[in-house]
Design a protein around this ligand. Structure first.
Ligand code: TXA
Ligand code: MG
Length: 313
């Protein structure tokens, strides 16, 4: 794939929005760091984000929207959210709130969690892109997994050129640090320190923030072993089918549901959570799962399958 560099003018925004509409990926500047954007409603687009970054896990992603009103369409709002959004949005702050049912977002965006991380960015190029596109944009930092977050278009090119459709070049990022992430589902909690100092947040809330102490707080919620495990036990790497089993297939096998008959890992990732839920609804005694190649997105898929198959507490 040849990665286009787009300038932030009318033609550039139109092109970027059209690419997003086709499920392609566009890197764009925010005031914190460059984000790797994809349509948050499109499973294939979100799967491509994980593929392009080479992420070995399906961490939940931040969804970017143009306004507080749009944010309220996706999450259940509360007083703390109101106070903080009035004080700091648009800006380098992400709020984690309960995801509304029927949000229309890809289950991959939230890694199937019941909460959503959402933010209204301040950068004029990010705002203009969100307005032109007219939909929610999922965007992790636009760097390959494990590398430093990019604060210029050149950083993005160095890391992701050839792996994404376009880069919208809006110059260097002002803040240069990722957004501060706050959990607001109950007691306001600092999940990740970032571009907005916690003192400012505590002043606006009129109360101290709780801190998260367990390792990497941001990947933890999506990685709990029991999370999203289906009701039935699972047998992975199944090359045959036992009695009373239903097969979640991959590749050219006869299966109850097939993650990707063509053996395409991006398609399989896009279908993963939805199909686990569908299999569950069929109430099989055991879910057998075809072997998934352990490279590229296959590693993230296998990571999730192993968690889903882990012994239940
Ligand atoms: O400044 C930023 O926040 C940049 C720009 C592009 O907006 N984005 C960014 O995204 O840093 P990313 O994917 O690199 O980091 C998002 C973090 C991850 O550590 C993820 O685990 C956490 O947000 N996160 C997302 N959804 C969550 C949720 N529902 N609960 C807890 N943590 C969540
Ligand atoms: Mg990152």
């Amino acid at each position: 794939m040849k990665t286009q560099t787009l300038t932030p003018d009318r033609a550039g925004f139109d092109c970027a929005a059209a690419l997003l509409g086709e499920g392609q990926l566009v890197a764009f500047p925010t005031e914190t760091v460059y984000g790797l954007g994809g349509d948050a409603r499109d499973d294939m687009a979100v799967a491509r984000i994980f593929e392009a970054k080479g992420r070995p896990r399906f961490n939940p992603l931040i969804v970017h929207v143009p306004s507080v009103d749009v944010a309220k369409q996706y999450v259940t709002w509360n007083d703390d959210a109101d106070r903080l959004a009035s004080a700091f949005w648009p800006g380098p702050m992400t709020l984690v709130l309960p995801l509304k049912p029927n949000s229309g977002l890809s289950t991959l965006v939230t890694a199937d969690l019941p909460t959503l991380a959402i933010r209204v960015p301040e950068h004029t190029v990010a705002k203009k892109l969100l307005e032109t596109f007219g939909g929610p944009v999922a965007a992790p930092s636009a760097n390959p997994s494990g590398k430093i977050s990019p604060t210029s278009a050149a950083h993005v090119t160095a890391g992701l050129s050839g792996r994404i459709a376009a880069i919208l070049d809006g110059g260097p990022c002002g803040v240069g640090l990722e957004s501060t992430i706050l959990g607001l589902s109950d007691t306001p909690t600092l999940l990740r320190p970032g571009g907005l100092p916690s003192e400012a947040i505590e002043a606006a809330l009129g109360a101290p923030l709780a801190r998260h102490h367990t390792g990497d707080p941001l990947t933890a919620p999506g990685q709990m072993t029991s999370h999203y495990a289906p009701g039935a036990p699972m047998r992975l790497n199944a090359t045959d089918l036992h009695e009373n089993e239903m097969l979640l297939g991959f590749g050219s096998v006869d299966a109850t549901l097939n993650l990707s008959p063509a053996g395409d890992l991006i398609e399989a990732a896009a279908n993963l959570f939805g199909y686990l839920h569908k299999m569950d609804a069929l109430e099989p005694e055991t879910i057998a799962v075809s072997p998934i190649p352990d490279h590229g997105l296959g590693r993230a898929i296998n990571d999730r399958l192993r968690r889903a198959a882990a012994p239940r507490p």
